[in-house]
Design a protein. Sequence first.
Length: 157
Amino acid sequence: MALSPFIANLRSKIGNDLLLLPSVSAIILDEAGRVLLQRASEDGKWYVIGGSMEPGEQPADTVVREVKEETGLDVEPVRITGVYATETVTYANGHRCEYVATVFLCRMIGGTLCVADEESLEFGYFDPAELPELRPDHRRRIADALDGRERACFVVR
């Protein structure tokens, strides 16, 4: 995972201590209703597409930027489908983060799908009923986005 200058600056001060970071995820469907997923270069696993916000960014702008940087696609956010906090994620370099993810259903409006940065090995479209192995929170993001509700989902414990 490439560190933004903002996060790199924080890490220079706090090392591997836990960071709580705002983030976004994009649920993107093709014409057949299949979900676009990314296979990450860091661990070879499949994930929904997304990333961390930068200072001064709006969440909708972040999702547009992250999708373009990672996939080469231009998207338009259609609606927020959920807001979720993750469990602690520990990266290979020891950095620990928890993310608060705003998840958007997005519509493709242009671009060409390609591996556009070092974070991805490949992309694939998957039938929602036949998804590859995913973290449970990513599986939930997809299910909630596709459940037909007009309101955003969230977790209450």
